[in-house]
Design a protein around this ligand. Structure first.
Ligand code: ATP
Ligand code: MG
Length: 583
């Protein structure tokens, strides 16, 4: 491809509204342009890199035995009603009206469509296992689209769905996808980390997210240095807080004392009260599927909402507003407490975190503005409906299995593998007959890769001060030939053309920078767009019978003119070998 015949609008200035480095580079290198927040047009370079990633994904899916299909984005709402997600996934669903005012939805994911297909097409164990995948557009009504392609309203996902006869068989399908994902991200030049992920109400240990460590990531990953444990913070567990919970009971009954104006855990730690945070019980009020519930945590702990939803089996849960709290408990946030609240409203469910088990001599709100209670013994004074792990793990705590200290870092979620079980197959009648003619729901798994997000994650991980440093397998072009004089009869241009044709014939993807620009501009642009190998052809080195190979991020390598094509091919072979993974 000749630079002048394609469209690579590089920018010198950093666009003001791009927040993170990879977003800036996407725009500066002319890969994409914004239509409006969360919607982007792919320009030629961006599209080429995207196709590279898609092809790697496709090769690995095919190799793992998955079958490619293409499903409609426009979907009838009734399948969403059937699965129950018309309400539970309401916040991401886009709705469309046709001319008859009939409603349609735009697919944020395709479990409903594929399960309906399976319901019609699969009826015998002989047809199983099956794993269907597609690479296509998804629509999600994200409240805060941001960071360019990272969180968009319309994006490209690879989604796969497996159907099996049993749990064990489903685990085999799951493992195949897990392994395929490991290969995909490595082939894209990414260092990805598979972490245990929240499974929501489905439960079980069969969900992993593939994470790219990055300061700008929206996820937090908790891990041990040895790599023995890694989990999304939404799911992570530990041996508990480092400071033990007080458990000594003096025998004293709960005693109300005045705390005028004290509405935070922090304020109660200060004189004259001096109650350390871990000696306090924090009381939160949530609406779980619209019903008020109390959640008790140690004062120095934070609620983990993903754990809450998973453990109590609610479809949705959100903090109650101050008015809702007052309506349910008769006190305001800051003075709440379960001892008095449950006396006042006996039916109120109380969920307590395991770190509070056996706690005594604790202080909590008196459920009356301006008062707290001390000498609270949780076993004696509070009727707990359910004990569970509701807290957010903190760095420094010990790993449950190994006792190693836990660390935490930010990361970008690029992929997700999930064992679904029979949640969708039961609701949507995806049933099969076993050998003895008995009917069962198919055991399903679903597996997603954010293809456009992966593209940006590569840029976030692979860059330097001059621009993008594409790993060869996903680079829009492998080689950029940069003649410094582009007059048609100039020796530099003639050699450039020759090399261009030679390499192209060999199947190499070459960009020929035939722009009549200063060398500085051309070199800067080649660095910015990150092509792995640049071949500089200037009159000075030509006079010595040489051209200059410059790997992106490496140093200049003068080679003899007549050897240039062979040297380029040799370099590409060595470089691509770095990303090959044995079968
Ligand atoms: P997130 O937690 O980031 O919102 P998710 O868990 O809802 O993502 P999944 O339903 O698991 O996402 O989708 C599979 C993959 O699709 C994700 O791992 C991610 O890479 C990608 N993805 C999800 N939402 C978006 C989005 N709004 N823009 C771009 N990619 C996305
Ligand atoms: Mg996910």
């Amino acid at each position: 491809m000749r630079w002048t015949q394609t469209f690579i609008p590089t920018l010198k200035e950093t666009p003001a509204d791009a927040e993170i480095l990879s977003h800036k580079l996407l725009l500066r290198a002319g890969l994409v342009r914004k239509l409006t927040g969360g919607l982007y047009t792919f320009l030629p370079l961006g599209l080429r890199a995207l196709r590279k990633i898609e092809n790697i994904v496709r090769e690995e899916m095919d190799r793992a035995g998955a079958i490619e299909v293409a499903m409609p984005c426009l979907q009838p709402p009734d399948i969403w009603q059937q699965s129950g997600r018309y309400t539970t996934a309401a916040e991401v669903l886009y709705h469309v009206l046709d001319r008859a005012k009939k409603e349609w939805v735009l697919g944020p994911t395709h479990e409903e469509v594929i399960t309906q297909l399976a319901a019609f097409e699969i009826n015998s164990y002989r047809q199983l296992p099956k794993n269907f995948y597609q690479i296509g557009v998804k629509f999600r009504d994200e409240i805060r689209p941001r960071f360019g392609l990272m969180r968009a309203k319309e994006f490209i996902m690879k989604d796969a769905y497996s159907f099996d006869v049993s749990d064990e068989a489903a685990m085999v399908s799951y493992r195949k996808m897990y392994d395929a994902y490991t290969r995909i991200f490595a082939r894209c030049g990414l260092r990805a980390l598979a972490v245990e992920a929240d499974t929501g109400v489905i439960g079980g240990n069969y969900s992993h997210e593939f994470m790219i460590p990055a300061e700008t990531g929206e996820n937090e990953v908790v891990y041990t240095e040895s790599g023995s444990y890694a989990a999304n913070v939404e799911k992570a567990t530990s041996r508990g807080p480092l400071t033990p919970t007080p458990t000594t009971d003096t025998g004293a009954a709960p005693e109300k004392f005045p705390t005028p104006g004290v509405v935070t855990i922090e304020a109660l730690t200060a004189p004259p009260f001096n109650v350390a945070a871990h000696q306090q019980i924090k009381t939160l009020v949530y609406l779980a599927d619209a019903k008020p519930i109390l959640i008790l945590l140690r004062g120095d702990d934070q609620l983990n909402e993903a754990k809450l939803i998973a453990r109590i089996g609610a479809a949705q849960a959100r903090p109650a507003t101050a008015d809702e709290v007052f309506a349910a408990l008769g006190a305001h946030p800051g003075s709440l407490g379960a001892v008095a609240a449950t006396l006042r409203s006996p039916g109120l469910p109380v969920f307590a975190d395991l770190a509070l088990q056996g706690a005594a001599g604790m202080t909590t709100g008196a459920n009356e503005d301006g008062f707290h209670l001390r000498h609270v013994n949780i076993a004696r004074d509070i009727a707990v409906t359910q004990w569970a792990d509701f807290r957010t793990v903190q760095p420094g705590e010990r790993d449950v299995a190994s006792g190693q200290p836990l660390k935490s870092r930010r990361a970008i979620e690029v992929g997700h593998v999930f064992k679904l079980g029979t949640k969708y197959s039961e609701k949507m009648n995806a049933l099969f007959l076993d050998e003895s003619g008995r009917q069962h729901p198919c055991v399903m798994g679903c597996y997603g890769i954010g293809v456009t997000r992966t593209l940006q994650a590569v840029i976030e991980q692979c860059n330097d001060k001059d621009g993008i440093v594409w790993p060869l397998p996903v680079a829009p072009f492998s080689v950029c030939i940069t003649p410094l004089n582009v007059a048609p009869d100039a020796p530099a241009m003639k050699l450039a053309e020759e090399l261009y044709h030679h390499l192209t014939r060999e199947g190499v993807e070459v960009l020929l920078d035939d722009r009549d620009e200063r060398p500085g501009v051309k070199f800067k642009d080649a660095d910015l767009i990150g092509i792995p190998l640049r071949v500089g052809i200037g009159e000075k080195s030509l006079a010595k019978g040489e051209v200059e190979l410059k790997p992106r991020g490496g140093s200049l390598l003068p080679v003899k003119t007549e050897e240039s094509a062979a040297q380029v091919l040799a370099w590409l072979r060595t470089e691509s070998a770095r990303f090959q993974i044995p079968a």
